[in-house]
Design a protein around this ligand. Sequence first.
Ligand code: NI
Length: 181
Amino acid sequence: MTIRDILTIPDPLLRERCVPVAAVDDAVRALMDDMLETMYDAPGIGLAASQIGVMKRVVVIDTSSRKTEDGEGAEIEPRDPLFLVNPEITWLSEDISVYQEGCLSIPEYFEDVERPAEIKVRFLDRNGKQDEMHCAGLLATVVQHEVDHLNGVLFIDHISKLKRDRVWKKFAKAKKRGEAV
Ligand code: NI
């Protein structure tokens, strides 16, 4: 397993649509393992393949995983990874919930985002078997956030244009100067 570099805005790949995976084979499983390792290392609770520059409809999620506050030390166990290939949201609740979201591709930036509180998602699992899952709470938010990534949509697209433009420009400027944000 390899920890890959995570793309950050304004990288144009983050604005592109990913293509469906034809079959969940060993190459796709190896990609998912790299994504999971990269996500745990960051640390984060969800990662879409486009965030490491692989334009395939593949997502990994683990809402149980979090490092300690200082980024050191033991992670919270047990790990409970979820692998979603070609995920499709088939139902959204009318109820809305609000979570403060962040994104590994927009480091250190957090904003409240409103989304449907519950969803159903259909996907292929790690073995290529079709599955459907009902999600609520944080998991519902994370799945929607990651499926957005596969369509070139970022969480900042769900906040005001003023705030979005501000954060986009900040990252673009820093990248031009060759600095990390
Ligand atoms: Ni993200």
